[in-house]
Design a protein around this ligand. Structure first.
Ligand code: BV8
Ligand code: ZN
Length: 259
């Protein structure tokens, strides 16, 4: 499986818990950093995660309906209501110390932010060229097949559901649902980043959703280092060299203060 890249058999046997000072040294020595984020980095901005056992979205909603093309086809109103609610929450939310700290570190080092999140909190914190693997809450596209792609605010919202401004057919959120392919160009851009970078920091993701979950394992050069930051220990990050267990906001803020 090792195609010249990838942790392959080089993955560490044991993930070591490190502190802020250790992490600062890792960043200074690496200078080029991939940052892969998931819903956990936006949790402290008040945005629900998906799989947190207590209040994750999937504990209250069915992903097979709300994050699935067939679910949308069956009940577009339900799915639009859910996305419009989430969009209101995401617009009201503010970037937290984790988003802000990453943007601060990027002032000194090469930091490639690649997120599974559809909120725009990384951008609003000052990160640029953010890769959104699973789409963007402000995006919309035609569901009726005319090919229109644009912004939610460009849709026609006179009726009960957003309509395509080009053909007046039903519009859909421009996000990647389960069993839908990710944008190939985005995935290749992310792979290029990972191949290039010396340190890979994976923040606030349960690491269960492919293909993003395996990108670092498959494309990090042997000898580069992986740091997992999560509020809990997760077994999907078994290949990480280092871990920091705690709040992403506190951890990234403390690191950014020492950069
Ligand atoms: C694809 C839409 C192929 C956007 C989402 C078997 C059957 C069917 C499919 C599959 C299968 N096996 C694999 C698959 C593929 C499937 C998949 O991976 N399924 C898994 C779940 C089994 N993947 C796909 O279908 C992908 N497409 O493979 O296509 C293909 C190829 C060609 C042609 C056609 C098809 C598409 C995946 C994208 C799905 N879209 N959502 C939206 O509405 O937001 S899923 C959803 O999961 C979000 O996108 C989310 O970003 C993503 C990952 O979740 P996380 O971000 O990790 O969030 P989670 O809640 O899980 O974890 C949060 C973490 O944060 C926790 O660890 C928590 O401890 C931590 N945390 C919380 N608070 C804090 C914190 N950490 C630090 N500080 C805190 N304060
Ligand atoms: Zn259309």
């Amino acid at each position: 499986m090792n195609n010249g890249y990838g942790m392959g058999s080089g993955a560490p046997q044991q993930t070591k818990e490190i502190n802020v000072e250790d992490a600062v040294l890792l960043i200074k020595n690496a200078a080029t950093i991939s940052v892969i984020t998931g819903a956990g980095i936006s949790a402290e901005s008040g945005i629900s995660t998906f799989r947190d056992p207590k209040d994750g979205l999937w504990t209250r909603f069915d992903p097979n309906i709300l994050s699935n093309l067939n679910g949308f086809a069956e009940d577009p109103q339900l799915v639009w209501d859910w996305y419009i609610d989430r969009r209101v929450d995401m617009m009201a939310a503010q970037p937290n110390l984790a988003h802000l700290g990453l943007a601060k570190i990027a002032k000194t080092y090469k930091v490639d932010v690649m997120t599974q999140n559809i909120d725009d909190l990384h951008e609003r914190a000052g990160s640029s060229n953010v890769i959104h693997f699973h789409g963007d809450i402000h995006g919309a596209k035609c569901f009726a097949g005319c090919g229109w792609v644009g912004k939610f605010e460009d849709t026609n919202r006179d009726g009960s559901m957003p309509a395509c401004p080009s053909c007046s057919g039903l519009a859909r959120p421009n996000v990647v649902w389960f069993n839908e392919a990710l944008d190939n160009d985005l995935v290749w851009d992310a792979k290029d980043n990972i191949v290039e970078n010396n340190l890979h920091i994976i923040i606030g993701t349960s690491g269960q959703v492919e293909p993003v979950a395996s990108l670092v394992y498959n494309y990090a050069r042997p000898g580069t280092k992986v740091l997992s930051i999560n509020k809990r220990t997760i077994d999907h990050m078994w290949y990480a060299d280092y871990s920091m267990t705690g709040s992403a906001g506190w951890i990234i803020d403390e690191i950014s203060k020492r950069i």
